[in-house]
Design a protein around this ligand. Structure first.
Ligand SMILES: *Cc1c(COP(=O)(O)O)cnc(C)c1O
Length: 359
């Protein structure tokens, strides 16, 4: 088999080897059923057990209260950008949005198709390199939406923003289950799986029951949360393989000690790289100190040609996916849950050597 390299991709991203190995075993036959995991009917006993275990581990890991539904939807996090306002932002009403990056901007653009958007805070003035602290919320917002981790810009909310509105909605696509979550503070949490939870093609949605009940009934059936909540995510054929892998990831997180333990591991991993960046005379982090992400570490040399040299040498040395997003430039090391600590150590050694060679 080809050697696996250190994969810093922002998404789809690295998955734990143990999970991939277990999935490989079950591709041809799920347990002793003689039918592969992708070939089982979603209505059959074997897959229903897979589904039930995934939901139950998800609830256990995040201590999800009973009045929340756990849904597995399709269409990516990007479909939640419109599904949320379609359900909860009637014409003439207002939702507050914190605009901390490109994904938040896309969410705003979709919400504006349905109702009013009030931008309660933004960091666009400095190309999204920080998390805004002085936000002005409206009195009558039907919900407040924010993006907990800004995948492209390498910033992250250190804590849950303190908002007046009862219904806090969060796009957690790139940091879900990377640290403990207090689900009771939210109305809706959603995340495309491909960063921290599994393969692309499945979106985890955790939604409070009163919101599900309050949603409209005159929009397409598939776009009502009620449809999925009432049918255990099986109104139509769900993304069965994605749900299976997500369940394995939940099991893997549990074996590592749960969200608090994984959170500490993530802090240590990112902390090492930030410490090196803070002492480096060549590389600089692009995010403000107090807004730094534990998931996506963005950095530059300040010279685009040198950045390009670094990226091409890093690829030759067996580091994949370090090129930053074009809107920031430079480099981005995505250190999701499954990214190994020894990969961070190896990257730092490589950066030190590169720095030394520059004199
Ligand atoms: C990747 C990402 C998205 C887009 O997810 P899709 O599943 O591709 O639609 C949305 N929000 C954030 C924060 C992301 O990192």
């Amino acid at each position: 088999m080809t050697k696996r390299v250190y994969n810093f991709s922002a998404g789809p991203a690295v998955l734990p080897v143990e999970v991939l190995e277990e999935a490989r075993e079950n591709l041809l036959s799920l347990g002793d059923t003689g039918v592969g995991i992708m070939e089982h009917s979603h209505r059959g006993k074997a897959f229903v057990a897979v589904y039930e275990e995934a939901v139950s581990l998800c609830r256990e890991l995040a201590a999800i209260p009973d009045n929340y539904h756990v849904l597995f939807l399709q269409g990516g996090a990007s479909s939640q950008f419109f599904m949320l306002p379609m359900n909860f932002l009637p014409k003439e009403s207002t939702a507050d949005y914190l605009v901390t990056g490109s994904w938040a901007k896309k969410a705003v653009a979709e919400a504006q198709r349905f109702g009013n958007v009030h931008v309660a805070g933004s960091s666009q003035d400095r190309n999204f390199c920080y998390i805004p602290s002085d936000c002005s919320y409206s009195d009558d917002a039907v919900y407040t939406h924010y993006t907990s981790n800004n995948t492209i810009f390498g910033t992250q909310f250190a804590t849950v923003p303190d908002v007046a509105c009862e219904t806090l909605v969060c796009d957690m696509s790139s940091d879900i289950f990377s640290r403990p979550i207090d689900v009771s503070k939210y109305g809706v949490i959603y995340a495309g799986a491909q960063k921290n939870l599994g393969p692309s093609g499945v979106t985890l949605v955790i939604i409070r029951d009163d919101l599900v009940q309050q949603g409209p009934t005159d929009i397409p059936t598939m776009l009502q949360y009620r449809t999925h909540a009432d049918n255990d995510s099986m109104f139509n054929t769900p993304p069965t393989f994605g749900i299976y892998i997500m369940g394995l990831i939940f099991k893997w997180i549990k074996a590592r000690g749960g969200l608090a333990a994984v959170g500490e591991q993530n802090r240590d991993k990112a902390g090492k790289l930030y410490e090196y960046l803070d002492h480096s005379r060549l590389f600089n982090g692009t995010a403000d100190l107090e807004s730094r992400s534990q998931m996506n570490v963005t950095f530059v040399t300040g010279d685009a040609d040198l950045d390009a040299q670094f990226i091409s040498q890093s690829e030759a040395a067996g580091f994949s996916g370090l090129k930053g997003h074009r809107s920031v430039g430079g480099m981005r090391a995505s250190l999701y849950n499954a990214f190994p600590t020894d990969g961070v150590d190896a990257l730092i050694e490589f950066m030190k050597r590169f720095e030394a060679e520059q004199g």
